[in-house]
Structure formats: structure tokens, C-alpha cells
Design a protein around this ligand. Structure first.
Ligand code: SAM
Length: 235
């Protein structure tokens, strides 16, 4: 998967792309990342990318020209017969991001993330350029960079080959529609707090049964909304 990010603060991504699963995915050829500063596409002599809002009001608004031109340039770098990219606007006004979005995006070949800053975007970017608008939650960040990182991390770990054998995305919370069951590791008795006997029994059928029951119990206690949706899902 090819991942492009348009940002005014490309350095924010350096650590994230160079650690852990994202780094390994790149090394294995599963994903590639490129961050482009759309200021480089500004067609004015001061490289200005924002301006005052028409009609007045606080804050600066990102102008369409640098972002449209940056996206055009990214599109030109891929073969014309390639599947068109998903162009994803980071915005608190977007669709609230969930594991379902991650699963859907993981099927794509090319994602382009647009990270805003300041007061927001010229509306024509929303209307004419993007294919998706995503929000990572009902709060306002300073810019779209952290939101893009969250989405990229959750998508890349779903790509075939991204996770090692010792990590599995299939049993993670939300993948099945439920929260994951509790996990324990050594020692079996830590300061008098014991691991449930069933996990030490070696009886795999019983262990699976316990895990399913715990997963349902947790979801019922913590996220009854998920449990309702799970029950309504067709088999
Ligand atoms: N004035 C905008 C509004 O009320 O919708 C908020 C602008 S915010 C300060 C600047 C940028 O941060 C946004 O353009 C967006 O790219 C990003 N951003 C902020 N909160 C976000 C969220 N919850 N999810 C995704 N992106 C977010």
C-alpha cells in the first residue's frame, strides 16, 4: 500500500514511521510512506498556504490551490491504470473513525491523507477534491497530523504480512465486533494474584469457551452498544 500524507509539519511523522510495526511494514515492502509539505506547491512568492476567511471571523483558512496542486502531483506519480487513490480529509466534522473504516481502507492500494491546520479548509477542498472525511473523535486537535497517524497505524497493521506471527489483528478488540478477552502471562501467581485455572489447564476447548464468555462479559459491561450491534449482525 502506498501512503501519502500532505502536511505543513512533515517532521511530526518521522518518529512514527520509523518505529515498530510501521517501520517493519515498510522494510517488508508491505507499505510505503511519503510526507509532502504542500507549502512547496504554493504559487505565490511567500509560499503562503492560508488566507483570511471571506466574510470575516477568527483564524486562517487553508487555500485550495496548494492542496489541489499537491494532490495532482501525487496522482501523476502513479501509473494511469492504477486504482484511483482514496483522498482522505482529516476533520472533526468527518465520519467518526472505527475499526470498520480501518478494514475498508486496508483493501485499498493508495491512500492520500490531507492534514489541516489553523481554522480549517476552503470548502472547495471538501466538495471537489476528497473522497472521504474522517474524524478520530469528538474533540478538536490543532492539526490533522495526529489523526492521520492514528488512522495509518490502524490500517497498516491490518495489511497482510505487516504483523509478525506473534501478534494477531484478528482477535483484537472490535475485529470480531466485541472487546477482546483478558490476557495473562507469567508468573501464574503474582503477589498472590492468580491466573484463572482454566488458562493453565491445557484444555483448548475450555480455554476458547472461557475467552468467548469473557469477551462477551467485558463487552456487555463496558460497551453495551457494541454488543447490541454484534447481536444484530447476520451470521
Ligand atoms: N475549525 C475547525 C472545525 O471547527 O471544524 C477545526 C479546525 S482544527 C483546529 C485544525 C485541523 O485539525 C482540522 O482541519 C483537521 O485537519 C484537524 N483535526 C482537528 N480535530 C480533528 C479530529 N477530531 N479528527 C481529525 N482531524 C482533526
Amino acid at each position: 500500500m502506498k501512503i501519502d500524507v500532505l502536511s505543513l509539519f512533515p517532521d511530526m511523522f518521522t518518529g512514527v514511521f520509523e518505529q515498530s510495526i510501521l517501520k517493519k511494514a515498510k522494510e517488508k515492502g508491505v507499505a510505503s510512506y511519503k510526507v509532502t509539505n504542500f507549502r512547496d506547491f504554493a504559487d505565490n512568492k511567500h509560499n503562503k498556504v492560508d488566507d483570511y476567511p471571506y466574510g470575516g471571523g477568527a483564524g486562517m483558512v487553508l487555500m485550495p490551490q496548494p492542496i489541489f496542486d499537491a494532490v495532482d502531483s501525487l496522482k501523476q506519480q502513479v501509473a494511469p491504470e492504477a486504482k484511483p487513490p482514496r483522498i482522505i480529509l482529516m476533520t472533526p466534522q468527518g465520519d467518526r473513525y472505527t475499526q470498520r473504516h480501518a478494514e475498508e481502507l486496508a483493501k485499498e492500494d493508495h491512500l492520500i491523507f490531507l492534514c489541516g491546520h489553523y481554522e480549517g479548509y476552503d470548502e472547495r477542498i471538501r466538495e471537489q477534491l476528497v473522497t472521504d472525511e474522517l474524524s478520530i473523535g469528538d474533540y478538536v486537535l490543532t492539526g490533522g497530523e495526529l489523526a492521520a497517524m492514528v488512522i495509518i497505524d490502524s490500517v497498516v497493521r491490518l495489511l497482510p504480512g505487516a504483523l509478525g506471527n506473534d501478534v494477531s489483528a484478528v482477535t483484537d478488540s472490535f475485529s470480531s465486533g466485541l472487546l477482546e478477552h483478558p490476557q495473562y502471562t507469567r508468573p501464574a501467581n503474582f503477589r498472590g494474584f492468580k491466573v484463572p485455572d482454566v488458562l493453565l489447564s491445557g484444555n483448548h476447548a475450555k480455554i476458547e469457551e472461557w475467552r468467548k464468555a469473557e469477551s462477551l462479559r467485558r463487552t456487555r459491561e463496558r460497551r453495551p452498544d457494541l454488543l447490541e450491534a454484534y447481536k444484530e449482525k447476520p451470521e
